[in-house]
Write a protein of this length. Sequence first.
Length: 199
Amino acid sequence: MNVISRGFHGRRRDEGDRLPPGQYLVEDFPVLSAGPTPRVPLDRWEFAIDTEAGVTHRWSWPEFQALPQETPTVDIHCVTEWSKLDTSWEGVSLDVLFEDVDTDASYALVYSYGGYTTNLPLEDLLDGKAWIAHRFDGEELEPRHGGPARLIVPHLYFWKSAKWVRGIRLLDDDHPGFWETAGYHNYGDPWREQRYEGD
Ligand SMILES: Nc1nc2c(c(=O)[nH]1)N[C@H]1C(S)=C(S)[C@@H](COP(=O)(O)O)O[C@H]1N2
Ligand SMILES: [Mo]
């Protein structure tokens, strides 16, 4: 019996189970940015949650760093068909950031330094499904990958994971973001291959 070959097939089966339809695996980390990389000095950086009632919760960089940190390892799936398995991040769970936020809103519009926006149901940010990450692979998050900090929502196509994130506006009604108004799917579930409007 060939143990090496058994192990190899086992690993391949496992990876196959983790690859959504129409995706291929990459080892490198492609950069996809719709515009130039904004540079945000840390002493001017802030993250905000704006509620539908007009209340704003803000964190400066030191305040954000002082929050409990998590180190999620997740698979990410870009709509341009690459997937990367076991990416490791460090950041703050949205559950922590929403602890003192009083809201009845159903939708979130995420906005970034540089003007990018993306929308999703608020529930897709909660219950351990999303983080504001500031480290990748044990290093400070590079500006081209969204540093100082980016959203990570790994269960949706990676365009929902806003780089250079600046805040989240809570809304009673859905408000499509940058790619969502440009013909991409409003929700973007990679397992249901929701790439474009109508998929
Ligand atoms: N602010 C901002 N966030 C963004 C984007 C962008 O252009 N601007 N591109 C999105 C897309 S389409 C993808 S696939 C990922 C790419 O992240 P990466 O460049 O770190 O691979 O960021 C997403 N977040
Ligand atoms: Mo993407």
